[in-house]
Design a protein around this ligand. Structure first.
Ligand code: SF4
Length: 142
């Protein structure tokens, strides 16, 4: 089982090999391989399989300078609402396609992607570009 927090269910979808350091990248790649192999996802709150290899995790708190642990948890909650999941939901990566994101993507983009420093990395992903195209520029302004 792979334990993942809410916002990683979305952000990992657009991961293309950028990250904080070599250990983080190796850890995320391992997670991605397990997901691609069909291992079951257990949705959780708090630090997950990705956070466990992240240099910003201190104890059980995210210390990333762009946000706060409370901010990260708010993002998790928003992601779960968009995906209609709750902590403890079971899920499989192959069943998660960009389609699942279509209805909530404008809100997600406005709330979290627009100011995120990882946005250029995600925006280089074809699925991200397709979602942006779908919601249209107008939807991003309000
Ligand atoms: S500890 Fe924070 S910055 Fe690191 S992966 Fe988790 S949420 Fe992201």
């Amino acid at each position: 089982m792979v334990y993942l927090r809410g916002h990683h269910l979305i952000c990992l979808r657009f991961f293309q090999g950028q990250g904080y350091d070599a250990a983080f990248l190796a850890g995320v790649e391992e997670v991605r391989q397990r997901l691609a192999a069909g291992e079951q996802i257990v949705v959780m709150a708090g630090p997950d399989a990705v956070c466990r290899v992240c240099p910003w995790l201190q104890g059980d708190e995210c210390t990333h300078p762009e946000t706060t642990d409370a901010g990260i948890r708010k993002m998790d909650q928003a992601a779960l609402e968009i995906l209609h999941l709750t902590p403890d939901s079971r899920w499989y990566w192959p069943q998660f396609t960009p389609r699942e994101l279509e209805s909530g993507f404008a809100e997600w983009f406005r709330g979290f992607c627009r100011e995120c420093s990882w946005r250029p990395a995600c925006q280089a992903h074809p699925d991200f570009q397709a979602l942006l195209k779908k919601i249209g520029e107008e939807a991003l302004k309000s």
